[in-house]
Design a protein around this ligand. Structure first.
Ligand code: S3P
Length: 196
């Protein structure tokens, strides 16, 4: 059975990049990197790029500058990477909490949402000790609260929604790459708006 949902939003023909969104542990970086290889595009992970430039991990940014400081840096990084072309971009799970971020993504990206149930997040993130929002005694409760708040935002922003449950990495990469090729016409392609 094909467990794929294509969101009703009209196809974006002006996007120069592919942007992966979804909660922590949805596979944005892992799948994104492989999809970039499959489609001969470049890849960037916003959080890793931020960490490389600052020389510290996201957790330490949270500790020193608070979540609001991290969010400001996240928006600046997103603006920069989205201005590039031919990139697959992995975003952090909280990126959709800002209207400004959603506008940037919408303008420059064909958006792929990796829909992931909390149970699967819990399994995948079992050994994670780095994510600041998971430093809490009840991870399930935290992830459910985040999902309630954010899932409608992911869905609203997505051009393509793919459920990642019980799929191997190889199958998921193949499926997502195929769906992107079927659905997405990059700016500058045959169908692109000449005025763009
Ligand atoms: C966050 C998710 C993280 C990272 C930060 C905050 C969130 O990224 O940006 O810890 O708010 O959900 P991943 O989704 O890549 O884990």
């Amino acid at each position: 059975m094909l467990v794929v949902e294509i969101s009703p939003r009209p196809m974006v023909t002006t996007a120069r990049n592919i942007v992966f969104i979804g909660p922590m542990g949805s596979g944005k970086s892992t799948i994104g990197r492989r999809v970039a290889d499959a489609l001969s595009m470049d890849f960037v992970d916003c959080d890793r790029e931020l960490e490389q430039r600052l020389g510290v991990e996201v957790g330490l940014i949270f500790d020193i500058e608070g979540e609001s400081g991290f969010r400001e840096r996240e928006t600046r990084m997103l603006t920069e990477v989205c201005s590039r072309e031919n990139y697959v971009i992995a975003t952090g799970g909280g990126v959709v909490m800002s209207v400004e971020n959603c506008d940037i993504i919408r303008q420059r990206g064909y958006v792929v949402y990796l829909e992931t149930p909390v149970e699967q997040q819990l399994t995948r993130l079992y050994l994670d000790k780095k994510r600041p929002l998971l430093q809490t005694p009840d991870r399930k409760e935290k992830l459910e609260a985040l999902a309630e708040e954010r899932d409608p935002l992911y869905l609203g922003l997505a051009d393509l929604t793919v459920q990642s449950t019980n799929r191997s990495l190889v199958n998921m990469t193949r499926l997502v790459s195929r769906l992107i090729l079927e659905q997405w016409t990059p700016a500058g392609g045959d169908d692109a708006d000449e005025n763009d």
